[in-house]
Write a protein that binds this ligand. Sequence first.
Ligand code: AMP
Ligand code: MG
Length: 427
Amino acid sequence: MTAPVRAPLMALDDALHALLSHALPLTDTESVATFDAVGRVLATDLVSALQVPPRDNSSMDGYAVRVADLPEAGTVLPVSQRIPAGHAGEPLRPGTCARIFTGAPMPEGADAVVMQEDTREVGGDFHAVHIDAIPQPGQWVRRAGEDVTRGSVVLARGVRLDEAALGLAASLGLAHLTVTRRPRVALFSTGDELVMPGEVPPEAMPPGAIYNSNRFFLRALLQRFGCEVSDLGIVPDRREATLAALKTAADHHDLILTSGGVSVGEEDHIKPAVQQLGELALWQIAMKPGKPFAYGHVRRDAGAGADVAGRCHFIGLPGNPVSSYVTFLLLVRPFLLQLQGVADPSALRLPAAMRLRADFAVPRADKRREFLRARRNAQGGVDLFPNQSSGVLTSVAWADGLVDNPAGTTIAPGDVVHFIALADLLS
Ligand code: AMP
Ligand code: MG
């Protein structure tokens, strides 16, 4: 008898590519207050209806002058007006200067600002000043439109709005922004061993029971990446219950995200249930942790308000907490960003890795590409968390990055490794 031939596992890059080919951006948009738009993805180009700043203005507290009125350092000019921010001055009388403050519009005729520190008042009452440094034309003047010109695309469709972008949108006078609607995600955990914190105290946990940790980080990660989450709790390890949960969730969501139950054991009901209600397009990836990752779709009941061609995306994450966490960051994150219309291709790839020195050893090579939980140290190298088991969530909480180690590669102290910062995967 010959042993069955096992198909090789899919490479991570191929899996990501395949996954993204299914993540068609949502077409529904909504208007949100600019105040509430951080993390949302612009659905239209923002075109400026005005110049920013609207007029030439001073970037210093000092004196607005005509450079031609200043033959030499120390020249005395009478102060003919005072222009605070928010006020328009008069045209500048030749042979005089204007007291001016940061942000105040330049008076007509003035072509430079002399900062206060380069002047001395004559007498005690600001009627005239010595100009001690001759300015270049344009000195300390912010030009109208130097930040934004009228009619220009300031932020393009597909930009994920960060705090600076909110400020920029506000500087154009926009109180509301049109963004892609949030993906609606149904989250459930599988596993009869799971108990919710708060339901049973640690000392009363029955044998074999563990607390449901995945539910906590998965819900928070989904929210971080812009999703509206329906947390459907824990689904028991039974075929009927799994089918019922998938069916109900598919009708009202864009994505069903599960954890656990997607391996090959007879208690793993997710895979056959998805195959019964839809199709599995991807299953098992050549990575460690994270091999039992699955992607597919679940058909919706006809007429259930389906907006993605009658099917709901399905992603099954491994049950082991570290596997679940890492596959979320490497695969689900780009999937969700693309679903929301993020245009920047670099947001949809693995973040660029830093080349850093290993201050540890991995003497035994693995057949799969590994993502080792690691942390930068004060000596410019990288330390490894001692226990790399996929059940040890402490490793992720301790780490500030993942060492991306190619399949079949050992690591000796001093070797250069590829380090991906967790901060880049969480942004
Ligand atoms: P499974 O993929 O269902 O075979 O689960 C793999 C391992 O992950 C088992 O040890 C489970 O007990 C554990 N596990 C599954 N789901 C969770 C969860 N939500 N929180 C913590 N551990 C889990
Ligand atoms: Mg299980």
